[in-house]
Design a protein around this ligand. Sequence first.
Ligand SMILES: [Fe+2]
Ligand SMILES: [Fe+2]
Length: 162
Amino acid sequence: MAYSGRNRKINFNEPIPQMIERLTREHRSFESKLEEVEHSVNINNDSGYAAQIIRNMSESVIHHAVEEEARLMRVIMQKAKQESAESIKIMQEHNWVMNFLKNRLTGIEKTVKFDSETQPQQQHDEEQTKKELIEFVTNLREHFLEEEQIVFPLVLKANLLQ
Ligand SMILES: [Fe+2]
Ligand SMILES: [Fe+2]
């Protein structure tokens, strides 16, 4: 996948059932951050703070996604290939997550710096920014749900096969 670089290692010795439990716990922790993002945008009207929260969770989200691709997809492709189509599609959603975190977020961070005087163009940008932040929250929540309903159960089932 598009990701390369950072140093955090993938632990290939962690047993799959434990890993699934941990990834699920990480989803809950990411979701509480997403709630803060939503609150900052909708209630406090503070897209700058919302972007900062996302920036702070960015590395963990990327590592989480890389682990899913490296370990879960391997189990699925080795032991449940015939049932893999939907899971592959869900894993491909990591592409927009990565794209948002690596490209769009930087754009948003630039936009929110210039919020002093409100010209029509900036007002438009501000609305666009809010929309993108809320879209990120909605899409990521949906992604977690799909993983927990489709990918994780398939991995657990496949992991039991010889
Ligand atoms: Fe994922
Ligand atoms: Fe996940």
